[in-house]
Each structure stands twice: as C-alpha cells, then as structure tokens.
Ligand binder design. Structure first.
Ligand code: SF4
Length: 749
C-alpha cells in the first residue's frame, strides 16, 4: 500500500479562498481539513471545501469527450475526432454567417480558474463575436458598472475592512452562508463575531432574517428591490443634516453637489412605502452610520439582482464616501492584488475609465457592459432570424438553463442551434443540449491561483497551489482545450500547434507589459522576459509573468525593494504569503479620465428618474419572490455531491405565517407559485424569518429534466425558481437580470 501524502491547496469552490490540507494515498483522498497554517484562513473550512474529495471521485463526472449521436444520446469520442468535427461544423458556419453567429457563455466556476479566465479570453477574442454572455449579468454586473463609472475600473470594488471596522451595514448579503462575495474573507462568521466582540455594531438589511441577520445587532426587514430607496434616503439625511464629510479622499472627489441634488427628493418619508422601512428608522440608521468612527456599507446579491441594481450598488459607495469611510482603515478599502488588477497597472491616478454600450444586442438593443451582453438576451438572439443570429454556442462551466431567467425558453432555443459545445464536467440541464462535451480535470488534478478573488480580498494575499494529484494525460487541462478551440476559431484547423498558440498568448502578454510605460519592464525585449520564464509553459508561464510585473513582483530584476515576488517564491510558500492589511490607495488607484472619484456619473444620475417614477410601485400588497443562499450549495453545480445534499430537502418555499394563513398553506403541504412567466410547485416552510409579502426559493435546483446525468442531484431535484423570472425585466445600465422582487401568486397545491 502506498504511503499517505499531505498536500496544501487553496479551495477553488467559492470566493473565500480557504487553505485546504488534503491527505491522499495513491489516487485516493483520505482526509480533507482546513489548513491551520494558511496565512489567510487559519484552518477555517466549510462543508463544501471538505467535500472536494467527493467531487473528485464523483462517478457522474465526465472524464472523456462526449459527442451526441443521431439518436440524441452521448457517446465517447476521441479528442481528435471531437476537434475535427467541431472544425467541420464551425468554420463554414462562421464563413457563411459571420463571427457573431457564434456565442460564448462563461459560467461562475470560470471566474475561479486561472486557465479559463486567461485562455477563455483568448478563445473569445479569436472567435471575434460580440455575443459574449456570462454569469456576471445574473450576479454582480451592477456593482462592476457602478464602480467602473466611479473609480474607472470594473473590479475597483471597495471592500469592507471587516477586521478593523466599528460599524458594518450589510444589505442583500448572507456571508454566513455564502462565505463572502465580492468580499474575499475566509471565516466570515469569525470575523463578524470579532467585530461585535470589540464593541462594533453589525446591521443587516434583508427581507429575510438570514443566518447573518441572526448574528447581527440589528436586523432591518426591507421590501425586495427597495435598497436603492433606503440608501438614497440615508444619503439624503446625511446631506440634509450636514453630516457629510469626505474624509481623506475629499480633494479627489468630483460631483458631490450633483450627488447631493440627486438624493434630495428621496427624503425618508417619501421612500417609506417603496422600501418598507419607516422614516424614523432610516434617519437613525443614517445618523449612526455617519457618527461611527470607522464604518462600511456593503451590498451584495440582493442589491444587484434587482431592477435598480446599479443605483443601489452606486449608493452603497456614495454612503461610504460621504461618511468619510472610503479608503480609510476600518472603512471601505481598495485591495491591491499581486496579479491582474487593472487599477494597479498603467499610469497611476487616471486612465481611460469605462465606456458602456460600445455595441448593443441585435434583437432588443441592450447595451454591452465590459464586453458582455445581458444573459437574458441569449434565447432571443438564438431564436430570432436575421443577420447575426446566433447559431453556435460555446459554454464554459456554465448552466444557464438553471441560472438565468426562463430556462424553459432557453432550453428550447439551445435545441435549435447548429452547433453547441460545452466545456464541462457534468451532463447537466444545459450541457445535455450540447453536440459535444469537452471535460476538464478534477479540481485536484490542476493547479490553482485565484486571480479574480484576490482583487476583492480584505487582506493582500498570494497563494499558488500546484495540482494535488498527477494530471492525467488523457484529460488535458481547460487551457489546452481552449487553445485547440482558439486554433479552430482562428482558422488554423483542428490540428493547430498548441505549443505555438501558447507561445503566441505568452508573447502577446509580454508585449503588453513592455509596451506599458508604467511597468517595471517597460521598453525591454519580450523575448528576454520569455527567456527568463523558461522552462515554464501554459498558465504557470503567464502567472509568473504577471506576478513578476505586478505591484509586488521582482520586475524581472528591475526592483530591489518589497516582497520581490516570483512564482518560485509562491511555490516555496504552500500556505500562502500575507502581504498585509489594506492600505489607503486613493488617488493612485483611480483610473477615471478625470483622475477623480466620480461621485455622480451622468448615466447613473439619468437612471435615477426611473427610480423616482417607482415610488409607489409596492403599495399594492402583492407577493414578491426572492432567492436565498445556502451554505451547502453554490448555484447549481454541487448538488451531485452526496455529502452536500444529504438530509432534508432544501428547495422549499419560505412563507411568512400571515401569508400562509391567508392563502391556506400548511407546513406539510405544497404550494403552487406562478406568474405570467412560469408555474412551479414545491414544499412549504412557514417561518417568520421571512417578512410578510415576500416568499423565498433558493436557486440552482430543478435537476429532474430529461437527459440530465446527475444521479445524486436527481434524487434531490427541487424546482427551478428562475422559471418565474422573465427575460424582459433587467437593470438597464448593467443588463443584469432581475431575480429578486419578482411578483408571484400563491395557492395551495
Ligand atoms: S468557504 Fe469557500 S473556499 Fe472556504 S472551504 Fe468553503 S467552499 Fe472552499
């Protein structure tokens, strides 16, 4: 019997980036626990991280390329045959119908993979399509748009400095279950408890008394979709009572008077019915926030997936700014990541800013944001005939049939495509429609560096994990598959030289660095840098390049001070390297053309008219639907992991006792939930943890569809709450779908 081996790896499953200690014997996972020496998570682990071994050994995981045969079932196919046939079908299609005839959908797990993020971008570029969709527009795009307009870059998200703050207001987020989102901070429970233990105050604003709300000093029930009204009214009070104080960023703020004027009509008394919070309480919350020594406001999914998502996201940072908490220790601060952060590359202090709506979707004319069109447009772009109609789709680690509105319509549209290729590890509700499924390796057989989420971290951290288990040659990493597809998209055919393509990608990255006058390697020869990176290839070569050129890197010898990071240094630090607490970064991190914090961007001010027109919308007393996050679930894709779905079914409808009694629902029964978009039935849970007038269903369920090959998930199928979400309603600035605050009717089933 082989000996046990202990490896350390960063968990790639959610944004918290916890360190795992993984014991293996041969190919078998023996034990997983939190890595106590991890510089960031200090041993914290959640049930999902502990189940990564079950995910690795899941017999339903696809381990060979699959092709759909004439009878509509999948059969194994060689990689060579799969790429040849994809080329035979894609190349003529692009030639006849143009580049926009192909579309891409990138799912949430893509954001965690260095390979999929970096090489996925290369593939999309080679495809040359404007039809790029991602899970961002059913998630955080409003925040990216808001901070892009305010600070000049889409990932310049100020994160609450939770370890040093005295007052934290959380809206529409449940970090006790999510473990933090747009807020990388392992052990959120521990951090929130520490805040309270040092005398700080935690306020949670949510239509549901979530686990986070239970931990709070104060929980404020709010009508779904009412966050922007509450936040605007709080800003109104702060301005009106002269409590505004820009603190240290004062000389870098533009638009203060416009922001003040924009909030003037949202007095607490005027927004009471729109947000369901009484005027006195709004005023008190505003005064408390302004008076706190070090405070932060943090809004997440509930503030984004609603019709005023960008406005609510913007107002969060208006409050942080006018209370003097932006860029202050204990306030809302800007991380400085070692790799990939736009706001620490190029010229410091100003930049190009962001342009929205550089092109529009073909059918409804929805504007792009950060190169993406709204995911709610996918079905109509496939269904509607004409020039630019989408006829081929590539999905990467995504399940839009469950995670975007009106999945039934999307599923029908997918069946009408000429070609669909899915890079995925499961035959799920979306990939069952594919012509080809190209699997990637288990998370334990690939390296990991969380390029996206260290940009949102409450401490500046770096941590690289090599594969825990030897990669299998027959199951190449996603970057290899993406390069093969890139070769096809670029017209080089199915046998394009992967090594040459990888050299091309690395050469282009090196060229960008040396052409950047603010870079430590400005003016050097790209070939010289690539020589220094030898013999690394693939993602490791790119990562080493990015680390060394990043703000903490060695600059390929150009720097003599600081951590002088290289990938080799990270490889020597299996528990990560802590680069310290966040430091003030304004004005150096600004990338707006003005070099200012734009407190009142014109597109946002224009959109406030729409909000003002909705003051009375919620007075009719109808029921509205919201989602809910669960600790053992992460969207749809972990429901086939037995330890995570064990026990009582969790896809239930939460109803307040008052509504249940009025409608005649009982705990042992089922409810029928419907609206003009959909009609579903599910078990009822009656609880006063949800406010009257609101019902809640978790998303990501509904696994009993024909063709889905998820044997465990099928046993705990649940229903798809997004069948009740229409594709017509979106936040206009970001294109984000409205998944919260959806009007529904209820009856006993
Ligand atoms: S909290 Fe997230 S990163 Fe940490 S163990 Fe759980 S799933 Fe993994």
């Amino acid at each position: 019997m082989s000996a046990e081996r202990v490896s350390y790896a960063t968990c790639p499953l959610c944004e918290a980036t916890c360190g795992l200690e993984i014991t293996t014997r041969g190919e078998a996972v023996v034990k997983i626990r939190g890595d106590e020496q991890d510089v960031f998570s200090h041993g914290f682990i959640c049930p999902k991280g502990a189940s990564i071994g079950a995910l690795h050994s899941d017999p339903d995981r696809v381990t060979t390329p699959l092709r759909k045969n004439a009878s509509g079932t999948f059969e194994p196919v060689s990689w060579e045959a799969a790429f040849r046939e994809i080329d035979e079908r894609l190349t003529p299609l692009l030639a006849e119908r143009g580049r926009n005839a192909a579309a891409v959908y990138l799912g949430n797990p893509s954001a965690h993979g260095f390979s999929s993020l970096v090489y996925g971008r290369g593939f999309t570029k080679a495809l040359g399509t404007r039809n790029v969709f991602t899970a961002s527009t059913v998630d955080q795009m409003p925040k990216q748009v808001a901070v892009g307009l305010m600070f000049g870059a889409g990932l310049s998200v100020p994160v609450p400095d939770i370890d040093r703050t005295d007052y934290l207001m959380i809206l529409g987020a449940n970090p006790m279950a999510s473990n933090g989102s747009l807020l990388t901070a392992p052990d959120m429970r521990g951090r929130m408890r520490a805040l309270r233990a040092r005398g700080g105050r935690l306020v949670v604003v949510d239509p549901r008394r979530s686990r986070t709300a239970e931990e709070a000093d104060e929980h404020v029930f709010i009508r779904p979709g009412g966050d922007a009204f509450l936040l605007a009214a709080m800003a109104h009070v702060i301005f009106e009572e002269g409590l505004d104080d820009l603190g240290t960023v004062g000389s870098h703020v533009s638009g203060l008077e416009d922001a003040r004027a924009a909030c003037a009509r949202f007095a607490p008394g005027a927004v009471e019915s729109a947000c369901g919070v009484d005027a006195e309480r709004i005023a008190r919350l505003a005064r408390e926030l302004a008076a706190a020594e070090r405070a932060a406001v943090y809004g997440r999914i509930g503030t984004c997936t609603q019709e005023f998502g960008t406005l609510a996201s913007w107002l969060v940072d208006v409050l942080n700014t006018i209370t003097g908490n932006l860029d202050r220790k204990g306030g809302a601060m800007f991380p400085k990541a070692a790799v990939g952060q736009t706001n620490s590359s190029g010229k410091a202090g100003s930049g190009r800013g962001v342009d929205l709506g550089r092109w529009h979707s073909r059918v409804r004319g929805a504007p792009e944001a950060f190169g993406e069109l709204p995911a709610v447009c996918m079905a109509e772009e496939i269904e509607t005939e004409g020039e630019g109609q989408v006829r081929a789709l590539f999905t990467v680690a995504g399940n839009p049939v469950l995670s975007t509105p009106d999945g039934e319509r999307l599923a029908r549209a997918l069946d009408s495509l000429d070609l669909m290729v899915s890079l995925d590890i499961y035959v799920n509700e979306t990939t069952r429609h594919a012509d080809f499924i190209l699997p990637g390796p288990s998370p334990l057989r690939r390296s990991h560096y969380d390029i996206a989420f260290y940009q949102l971290s409450v401490r500046n951290i770096v941590n690289y994990s090599p594969p825990v288990l030897e990669p299998e040659p027959e199951l190449p990493d996603e970057w290899v598959t993406l390069l093969r597809l890139m070769g096809i998209a670029a017209g080089q055919g199915p046998d394009a030289d992967v090594e040459a393509l990888d050299d091309f990608v690395a050469g282009a990255a090196a060229q960008r660095e040396v052409s950047n006058s603010a870079s430590a390697v400005a003016g050097r020869e790209p070939a010289g840098l690539l020589g220094d990176l030898e013999p690394r290839r693939g993602p490791e070569r790119l990562l080493d390049l990015m680390i060394r050129c990043g703000p903490f890197g060695d600059g390929f010898g150009a720097r003599t001070d600081g951590p002088l990071l290289t990938l080799a240094k990270l490889e020597d630090a299996p528990h990560g390297i802590d680069l310290g607490a966040l430091e003030p970064r304004v004005p150096e991190m600004l990338r707006t053309p003005s070099g200012k914090i734009e407190l009142a961007p014109a597109p946002i001010l224009a959109d406030m008219e729409r909000m003002a027109a909705a003051f009375d919308r919620y007075r009719n007393g109808s029921l509205v639907l919201i989602g809910r996050r669960q600790l053992r679930s992460n969207n749809s894709w972990m429901h086939n992991v037995a330890p995570l779905v064990r026990g009582k079914d969790r896809c239930t409808l939460w109803v307040n006792p008052t509504d249940a009694e009025r409608i005649g629902l009982s705990e042992t029964g089922f409810a029928r939930v419907r609206n003009e978009t959909g009609d579903i039935e599910l078990p009822v849970e009656i609880t006063d943890a949800i406010m009257a007038g609101v019902v809640s269903i978790p998303h990501g369920w509904g696994h009993d569809l024909e063709g889905v090959e998820l044997s465990v998930a099928r046993e705990h199928a649940g229903v798809n709450s997004n069948l009740l979400a229409g594709t017509d309603l979106l936040d206009p600035l970001s294109g984000n779908a409205v998944l919260n605050g959806i009007p529904v009717e209820l009856e006993a089933a």
